[in-house]
Design a protein around this ligand. Sequence first.
Ligand code: AMP
Length: 263
Amino acid sequence: MTMVITSITEWQRIRATMFSMNKSLGLFMTMGNLHAGHIHLLQRSLADNDTTVMSLFVNPTQFNDKNDFKNYPCTLDNDIKLCEEIGVDYILYLEYEDYYPDDYQYQIQETQISKLFEGEIRLGHFVGAMTIIMKVILLTKAHRCYFSEKDYQQLLLVQGLVKAFFLDIDVVACPIIRDAYGVPHSSRNNLLSESAYALAKQFINIFHTYKDNKVIQDKLGKIKIKVEYVADFKGRKIIAVQIGKIRLIDNIEIDKIAANENR
Ligand code: AMP
């Protein structure tokens, strides 16, 4: 049975009991609307730890676009049901006031990776994301936290955060989970119309086939997909596009593309 925790003191009481019983704790942080990618991370945590907590919070400070925040899909009942099905122990479901007693007066600012790509386009995004990640890590006192290569910049930043502030937690990096057509699962995919999803499949096919960023840009442009950035970064090719009003991001190891290009 999954327990939904809605107060910090309640969580602290439960956490103290776990300490006394010497139980290991895995943490998965999400904004909800759970899909197969999230479930994969949760299952890793369930396999590695005695107890798993999922923090569920649509964090307003990491949205640069108010409409994106407003329209972020919320499927709480279904998320709880999925957690129960796979045996997640706790859902930490707190409010803005709980997480931000300072009303966001204190912030975590990384100065290099966070300025690139997603950080350049979504101003303030990584300050908000790193701040909430720091808060949830400190609040849960988990032993391991699970992040995915899907948000590759975020993963690098979390690894750096843990190192920079001597946080006592292991960051477990998990792969990108894709659907049958290679499209990465994303909470925003639900917002894609049938025709937009058809374009998303073409986008992934092109992105996973060509090594040259100019070729990718041109081919996507021809099918009216707007490329926000495409670049090679730390051994990976990373990209953000817009299909209609929906933003999609993806990345792939550059070595893997060579194999696809020669098909
Ligand atoms: P979200 O709630 O979607 O912002 O993301 C919560 C976590 O799930 C982050 O670590 C994401 O990188 C990860 N995640 C999102 N989509 C996928 C996916 N398709 N495969 C694996 N992990 C994912």
